[in-house]
Design a protein around this ligand. Structure first.
Ligand code: LCS
Length: 394
């Protein structure tokens, strides 16, 4: 097929749905655990990698393969693997490139389970981890050791919306021969493409904007052909966090409307951020699209738009925030993000509950921080709901 330059066209046409035997427009769901061999020699050849063809869905499946081809194209990578969850993507990518005695540098603000995986589990395999504030990259240079094999960052970070300069971080990573892994969940490839800025691997919680409808848990890993083959044949094959065919189908479907959803979400979010910023009871708004965000210039440089997540703090601290979340009617009180619905939650007691208090506060995840993932509803209705809740939450 002709290679289209425009992302919006590729999001619709760079899968190979219609290339199936019956010409179905959409990629079929190959809901099969295993694949039949014509004879013993064919089975042996497939295992030996001497003949193309499917073997067993943990090792590969046509629905999954179509999704992988498309997301690699959209992220600007050579290859990809779709996984059972965002955490399956993070753990498979990180474990692939670290062995006992190695060192990982991670940004100090990360989704709670990513933080606990690094802090609680990796040291059990004698992997040392340094969490550093990557808004100042000197901290990364200072933390670097000969044994540093992976640098991992989320940008924008969950939930504080701190940014990391990907191109500068990639230079540091190259200088010390480390691999740079970027969690691009908050942005999607439509708004930010870390591989083009020098990152080695991108991971996603595809549960969020890529699925987009609040109905799927899934993850993605994108990188060079060589790295992806290694991950597929090792930490995915042997640890097993592969995506289910039906979930791969749901992501292929989500990608078709990614651009139009993100355009609407970014537009809505800008208005909600401006509304919150002007409200007398809101004392702080964290959103990279506001000129008051300390990294607004970096945001304009490395992101196409500013995304759909806002964090904010209310006058009256935790009590006011809790009351607000109990008072909303349209906004849904739930974790996760990137859905069609506007979701609101309390990081300190929910998504980041697993982060030890001292580290949580150090990273700016205060007890009074409220996070909102703006959805696709009418922005007037979202703002009216927040307005009535702010009135009622004294
Ligand atoms: N990376 C980021 C940036 C995330 O926000 C999450 C989940 C993950 C990775 C893990 O992905 P999962 O395994 O859940 O697909 N973030 C969540 C959140 O903020 N609320 O609930 C889950």
């Amino acid at each position: 097929m002709k290679k289209y330059q425009d992302f919006a066209t590729r999001a619709i046409h760079s899968d190979e749905g219609h290339k199936n035997e019956l010409g179905a427009l959409r990629t079929p769901i190959y809901q099969s655990s295993t694949f039949v061999f014509d004879n013993v020699q064919q089975g042996a050849n497939r295992f030996a990698g001497e003949e193309e063809g499917y073997i067993y869905t943990r090792l590969g499946n046509p629905t999954q393969a179509d999704l992988e081809k498309q997301i690699a194209d959209l992220e600007g990578g050579e290859a990809a693997i779709a996984t059972a969850s965002g955490m399956a993507a993070t753990s498979a990518a990180v474990l692939q490139f670290l062995s006992a005695g190695d060192h990982l540098i991670a940004s100090d603000t990360l989704y709670g389970c990513t933080h606990s995986f690094f802090e609680e589990m990796l040291p059990r395999w004698n992997i040392e981890v340094s969490f550093v504030d990557m808004t100042d990259l000197n901290n990364v240079r200072k933390a670097a050791q000969n044994s540093t094999k992976v640098i991992f960052a989320e940008t924008p970070a969950n939930p504080t919306l701190d940014l990391v300069d990907i191109a500068e971080l990639a230079k540091i990573s190259d200088d010390i021969s480390s691999r740079l892994i970027i969690d691009n969940t908050f942005m999607t490839p439509y708004l930010q493409r870390p591989l083009e800025m020098g990152a080695d691997i991108v991971i996603h919680s595809a549960t969020k904007y890529i699925g987009g409808h609040g109905d799927t848990i899934a993850g993605l890993i994108i990188g060079s052909e060589e790295d992806i083959i290694e991950i597929r044949e090792s930490t995915i094959k042997d640890i097993g966090g592969i995506i289910a065919p039906f979930n791969a189908f749901l992501l292929l479907r989500g990608i078709k409307t990614l651009c139009i959803r993100m355009d609407r979400i970014c537009k809505n979010t800008r208005k909600v951020a401006e509304y919150l910023n002007a409200h007398p009871r809101v004392i702080e708004v964290y959103y990279p699209g506001l000129t008051s965000h300390p990294q607004h210039e970096l945001a304009k440089r490395q992101m196409e738009d500013f995304g759909g997540i806002i964090a904010f703090e209310l006058e009256g601290g935790f009590t006011a925030g809790r009351n607000l979340m109990n008072e909303v009617e349209l906004c849904v009180l739930a974790v996760s993000l990137g859905d069609v619905d506007t979701l609101i939650q309390h990081p300190a007691s929910m998504t980041h509950y697993v982060v030890p208090e001292e580290e949580r506060l150090e990273a700016g995840i205060t007890d009074s921080l409220v996070r909102i993932s703006v959805g696709l509803e009418s922005v007037d209705d979202i703002i009216a709901d927040l307005d009535q809740a702010l009135e009622a939450c004294h």
